[in-house]
Design a protein around this ligand. Sequence first.
Ligand code: NAD
Length: 355
Amino acid sequence: MKLLLLDGDGIGPEISYVTRKVLEALGERFNLGIELSQQEVGLSALKKFNTTLPDKLLQQANDADGIILGPLDTAAYPPADQGGVNVSAVLRKHFDLFANIRPAKSKRGINALAPAMDLVLVRENTEGFYADRTMFSGSGEFMPTSDLALSIRKISRDGSYRIGKAAAAIAAGRPNRKLTIVTKSNALKVSDGLFLEACTKGAAESPNVELEEIHVDAMASLLVRTPNAFDVVVTTNMFGDILSNLANELSGGLGLGGSLNAGSDRAIAQASHGSAPDIEGEDIGNPVALILSTAMLLDWLGEKKSLKVFKEAALLTHNAVDSMLLDRRTRTSDLGGDLGTKAFGEKLVKVIKEA
Ligand code: NAD
């Protein structure tokens, strides 16, 4: 199995290093036969190759069965014509990774604001308000005059249908079998009206799933007020980005937010959080989100390629992380713990090897 690891920016290299060590330990323990390759992307690639996305990257990505992508400091990139290309957006578009799956599950032992939250947020990943993916050519943001800026938001029937179908399929495999569709269909009657209609139609392909619709502003309140009331939540791209951070924070913290970008035949593991430039190089970034994202990728590969050992490796990773988080002394400092990024990784590798 060929995997491509891209470190990314900020704390990316630190958490990617730990993730690689965990993958190597899992590979040995389960005989996974993983061939792991690496490629520089982001700000370090910009210095070397004058672009954040080196020429050979897409070929390497095509050759890989799955990709692990560290966070990218896109806010610090120069404009695209000066080499600042958003690698994550390009890969999502290239492989049509339409579903961004972001679980928010509270962990035992962690003093979370929502200690019993267990939901999966499914975010449409190819449309919405993101200027670099809404257009065939040109940008979805533009300025007709120096005092007027406009953004285009794209909602398609097919895109809304397939995300509804994918989210309901996830809900169908969970005990509560409930799907909440989040829109702003009261204000955006045309675009979110279309999303609601087509998403509901897609979801109806899983007939045993209970459906409800909630407006996004109400949802922000309800996630705080009744966090345990939700099972699977599906929404458009930007609402999903924002609500998933809220859910992550409520369930324990951004450093725990694993996330998978999935299409029909490719997936990319990518933590929900950003590159955390404020703590870069300090060995305090929490690698759990990227490790759990990688576990999601292993599980996805196991399912797609009918490889039971990959699913077992994913489960062991989740259990090993849970056991580490139970004890304050084996957590990173964002969770009140004592361990640095590297030391957390070394301990986790030990737990995996001894399990
Ligand atoms: P951020 O998620 O990087 O950081 C927000 C806060 O959370 C910071 O205080 C940071 O130190 C902390 N934090 C985040 N991840 C952490 C971790 N694993 N362990 C401990 N603390 C953690 O958000 P931001 O500061 O708004 O964005 C920084 C850069 O990341 C920007 O360029 C932004 O565009 C980019 N970004 C990238 C992605 C991605 O690549 N998936 C996602 C979001 C933001």
